[in-house]
Design a binder for this molecule. Structure first.
Ligand SMILES: Nc1ncnc2c1ncn2[C@@H]1O[C@H](COP(=O)(O)OP(=O)(O)OP(=O)(O)O)[C@@H](O)[C@H]1O
Length: 258
């Protein structure tokens, strides 16, 4: 069997204050697979990503990336959050080059690759602009380019498009889809939007309310490349409904596995 890019077995997390965010969570993500996580607010989705990223330790269970136990942040794991966290005193190009700069000297090839990514994300002409000169959606695209620049085999995205308007979100989704379909990394996306989860993913994981564990897994057998128009098909609507039902009656309480 192919080695999983990410594998969690029996993972739990209890914070010092006593909050139990996760319990007995099993999850495996194959290389190149796109998995979305949906669940009620506060059910532990961000905690799950932070544990995979090695930013916080789990309290129980094992977490592995590419077959190795996670003991801290790793170079082969890229992260992106809702706020793009760009350095305001650096240009778009410099921000995209940052993950390389912290590791080694920048080469001409690195600059060429960063420029290529900025073009891919429709940021041509803004390479030397500063974050304050960009719109919110453009800043997210710079952050996406930076995530891609790392070439990480595992990408973790925590509600990356939560703070932008609907149309911008659609464009950003398309960008992420295109990049994923070109350079497939194992990707875990936390989102509150069911249609986004279905459009992007090979599999949607529905979490229970806190302490979060896996309530349901919904495979998404739609063909790739995906396009936003697919969201209007009956097949898509059925899949979205399956995810919605697994979330439980109110949407604010995750369904418990029976
Ligand atoms: N550093 C921390 N210390 C103590 N408790 C924490 C910490 N981080 C998160 N929690 C708690 O763990 C629980 C899960 O939080 P988490 O942010 O993982 O949920 P979430 O599903 O991502 O929520 P949302 O969808 O609202 O972003 C919450 O009750 C939260 O208050």
């Amino acid at each position: 069997m192919e080695r999983a890019a990410v594998r969690l077995r029996g993972v739990g997390k209890r914070f010092d204050g006593g909050v139990e965010a996760m319990r007995d969570l099993d999850l495996s993500v194959a290389p190149g697979e796109f998995v979305s996580i949906v669940g009620a607010s506060g059910c532990g989705k961000s905690t799950l990503l932070r544990v995979i990223a090695g930013l916080v330790p789990g309290s129980e269970g094992t977490v592995e990336v590419h077959g190795e136990p996670v003991t801290g942040p790793r170079e082969d794991v890229g992260l992106m959050f809702q706020r793009p966290a760009l350095l305001p005193w650096k240009t778009s190009l410099e921000n995209v080059l940052l993950p390389i700069r912290v590791r080694r000297r920048i080469t001409h090839d690195d600059v060429r690759e960063a420029m290529r990514l900025l073009t891919l994300f429709d940021l041509e002409g803004f390479e030397h602009g500063f974050p304050s000169q960009l719109s919110g959606g453009m800043r997210q695209r710079v952050a996406l380019a930076r995530l891609m620049m790392t070439g990480a085999g595992v990408r973790l995205l925590d509600e990356p498009f939560g703070a932008v308007d609907e149309l911008t979100r659609e464009t950003l989704n398309l960008h992420l889809l295109r990049v994923h379909e070109r350079t497939a990394s194992a990707t875990v996306l936390v989102t509150h939007t069911i249609s986004e989860a279905v459009l992007m993913s090979d599999r949607v994981i529905v979490m229970t309310s806190r302490p979060g564990t896996v309530a349901a897994e919904v495979p998404i057998p739609l063909e790739r490349p995906r396009s936003p128009e697919m969201a209007y098909s009956q097949r898509f609507q059925e899949l979205a409904l399956t995810v919605r039902r697994a979330l439980g009656p109110s949407g604010s309480e995750g369904g418990r596995p029976s």
